[in-house]
Ligand binder design. Structure first.
Ligand SMILES: [Cu+2]
Length: 141
């Protein structure tokens, strides 16, 4: 009888310990998955990647007011700016360093990002001011 009680106590400790540990692990995995999902959605939203072969996607469609992040994933600097080179005045806003506020106003080093919110509906072409034959467009609905 005493042996049976010891066996039951040991079983309860083992099963309880297992449930406790696996429960903690499940919580950790959930927390990590949530954090990664959050980061991914923030990054995936309206992201233009500049690589050594140019801007991708070359055309991006967004809602008015949305922010677009230009990320330099290349080995050289990139300077996103409104068409047309060299006046940069197509995006119809005054200010910025040349013709409009849609202008990073400097070269972004490899690994750097620059974000801009588009408030004007239309199709807006842009280019790399440091290599003006590379361009893309943002369609704002
Ligand atoms: Cu330019």
């Amino acid at each position: 009888m005493k042996g049976l009680i010891y066996l039951l106590v040991i079983l309860v400790v083992i099963i309880g310990g297992y449930l406790l540990l696996s429960g903690d692990r499940a919580l950790d995995v959930d927390a990590k998955a949530t954090a990664v999902d959050h980061d991914d959605s923030a990054l995936a939203e309206n992201l233009v990647i500049y690589a050594d072969d140019g801007f991708s996607p070359s055309t991006l469609e967004i809602d008015s007011g949305a922010m677009v992040t230009f990320h330099n994933d290349s080995s050289s600097s990139v300077w996103p700016a409104s068409a047309f080179h060299p006046t940069h005045g197509e995006y119809p806003t005054v200010g910025g360093c040349l013709g409009s506020i849609f202008d990073a106003c400097r070269g972004l080093l490899p690994g750097e990002s620059w974000s801009f919110a588009f408030d004007v509906v239309g199709e807006w072409k842009y280019h790399n001011h440091l290599s003006p034959s590379e361009f893309g467009s943002i369609i704002v609905k």
